[in-house]
Write a protein that binds this ligand. Structure first.
Ligand code: E4P
Length: 223
């Protein structure tokens, strides 16, 4: 399963790229608002310089023409931009027209397998079911990921399932087991995936034992 970083924070993206685990990036207006300080376009271009994987840029227009105009604008920024378009009747039309123009899309705000199926049929290359937001309203978000992954596999659809709205490391494991092609994770979750208290304890113990062994050898050689 590919791992995308769900952030517009350049330092976080650089760090994940250095770790060798970064396959792409997703941004949205909320994530952009969190960092600010530069235009959305400048941040997207900087991200595209760090990774050659897909980088999602989200539109905010309500009508098809507006969405298309934004899609063309973002797609022209870098070859690896994927335009994020929300699920709706308007969104489906915009996705279909982007496909006809050769612009890759990520259908966002998917909460049912049927929404994902329609987005795939319209031509979206990425389907983003929101796991955490469904869990928040006492539903099982991962069911949508599993159903959608099965539908994509059974019908050999071209789209990939991108598990989004990931809140904790267990979500990542479950998304991988449910057959998601990609999980997009906040940097904090990526850090949580790295750590385990027994790993930390083991590193300290190995270092301590190594130093004790070296000291014993030095003492023996000094005899
Ligand atoms: C990514 O594509 C989504 O916009 C993001 O994962 C949403 O996450 P949230 O539900 O934590 O805002």
């Amino acid at each position: 399963m590919k791992i995308f970083l769900d952030t517009a924070d350049i330092d976080e993206i650089r760090t994940a790229a250095r770790w060798g685990v970064l396959d792409g990036v997703t941004t949205n207006p909320t994530l952009y608002a969190r960092v600010g300080g530069a235009s959305y376009e400048a941040i997207l271009q900087e991200i595209c310089r760090i990774t050659s994987g897909p980088v999602s840029a989200e539109v905010v227009s309500d009508d098809v023409d507006g969405m298309l105009e934004e899609a063309r604008h973002y797609a022209a920024l870098a070859p690896n931009i994927v335009v994020k378009i929300p699920m709706s009747e308007t969104g489906l039309e915009a996705i279909s027209r982007c496909k006809a123009e050769g612009i890759k899309t990520n259908c966002t705000l998917i909460f049912t397998a049927n929404q994902g199926l329609l987005a795939a049929k319209a031509g979206a290359s990425l389907l983003s079911p929101f796991v955490g937001r469904l869990d928040d309203i006492n539903e099982e978000g991962m069911i949508v990921v599993r159903e959608l992954a099965e539908i994509v596999a059974i019908h050999e659809l071209e789209a990939e399932v991108l598990a989004a709205s990931i809140r904790h490391p267990r979500h990542v494991t479950e998304a991988a087991l449910a057959g998601a092609h990609i999980a997009t994770v906040p940097f904090k979750v990526l850090q949580q995936m790295v750590r385990h208290p027994l790993t930390d304890k083991g590193i300290v113990q190995f270092k301590k034992d190594w130093e004790a062994a070296r000291a014993a050898l030095a003492a023996k050689q000094g005899d």
